[in-house]
Design a protein around this ligand. Structure first.
Ligand SMILES: [Zn+2]
Length: 321
């Protein structure tokens, strides 16, 4: 069953307010099985009164070279991939955004590429519609950080805004870092692309739509943020709580799970402060393993939702089935 925004709202709040239904029935319960929807590019899960939808923006193939994991020899990295039953010559890098429906609002966590990259990406809206979610109904976007693969989906190649009516929440230290012209000009040529990508999206973005927040603070009732610095200076995880159930989107705290959840000491080449990122990875994954809640990761293959368990010196990723 596909449930659009209107029927969901009518089916939930108005009936609940009228006293016909207890509040705990406010979310659609008839979700399709995980295996059935992966081929359509999404996976849905009920979380208390909220609904979480992992939505793929696409997957790109990246040749595996010795630089991908900074601090592990290539044969060890290949062995880890082989142990997970994966190809050892390349990595199929997924880009997975999440839609959170809570208290009648729709939040999009990270945005993919829109039409700014290869045809293997920019599939977010096709997959959202397959899940019964109208992209125009997004009320707010929350960013984990400002690397291009997470923010490009806010603005199309022609300059138009993808979510013109949505507020865009971004961590204050992240925004300050990337929008600092002096820092950009002082950066080596090779490091300027990241700053320019941020300006393509955020220069002239309507200022009243940008909502900077302090990592650790709440964004709305039931939606909190967790400082997870290291991958970028203001990298932030996002947690959703409903009826004692918890979902945490870790962004790029751990990049590809078969490598960086399994081996949290390994540092992906995109970690800007590699040592801080390593420490954050241990702390956050350990906390999530203890909590036992639902977890989502951006570069995690669909279902992209699952649980973290402690395993030896690292962790295991157990995807939803
Ligand atoms: Zn990323």
């Amino acid at each position: 069953m596909q449930i659009n925004r209107r029927t969901w709202l009518l089916g939930s709040s108005s009936l609940a307010m009228a006293g016909f239904l207890p509040a705990c029935t406010t979310t659609p319960t008839s979700l399709k099985p995980v295996a059935q929807t992966i081929s359509a590019g999404y996976v849905q899960h009920k979380l208390g009164n909220a609904r979480i939808t992992a939505v793929s923006d696409g997957v790109t193939k990246r040749a595996l070279d010795a630089g991908f994991v900074r601090n592990a020899p290539l044969p060890e990295v290949q062995a880890a991939l082989a142990a997970a039953g994966l190809p050892t010559t390349h990595i199929d890098v997924p880009y997975t955004c999440f839609v959170v429906e809570l208290d009648g609002k729709r939040y999009l966590l990270d945005t993919g590429f829109a039409d700014n990259a290869s045809p293997q990406t920019g599939l977010l809206h096709t997959h959202m519609r397959a899940a019964g979610i109208d992209p125009a109904s997004i009320d707010a976007v929350i960013l984990t950080h400002m690397h291009g693969d997470h923010i490009n989906g806010l603005r199309r190649k022609d300059g138009s805004l993808v979510y013109p009516r949505a507020d865009v929440f971004v961590a204050q230290p992240e925004f300050t870092f990337w929008m600092d012209d002096a820092r950009m000009n002082a950066a080596p040529e090779a490091a300027r692309g990241g700053f320019q990508a941020v300006r393509r999206v955020f220069a002239n973005y309507p200022q009243d739509k940008i909502k900077q927040f302090v990592p650790g603070r709440q964004i709305a009732a039931g939606i909190s943020t967790i400082a997870a610095f290291g991958h970028t200076p203001g990298h932030t995880a996002i947690a959703v709580q409903s009826e004692q159930k918890r979902f945490t989107f870790i962004g790029d705290t751990a990049h590809y799970p078969a490598l960086f959840v399994k081996h949290p000491d390994w540092q992906v080449q995109f970690d800007m402060n590699a040592e801080q990122a390593r420490a954050t990875r241990h702390t956050l994954l350990s906390r999530l393993a203890d909590e036992g809640g639902l977890v989502g990761g951006y570069h995690f293959p669909l279902p992209s939702l699952g649980h973290i368990h402690k395993a030896g010196s690292g962790f295991d990723w157990q995807p939803l089935t």
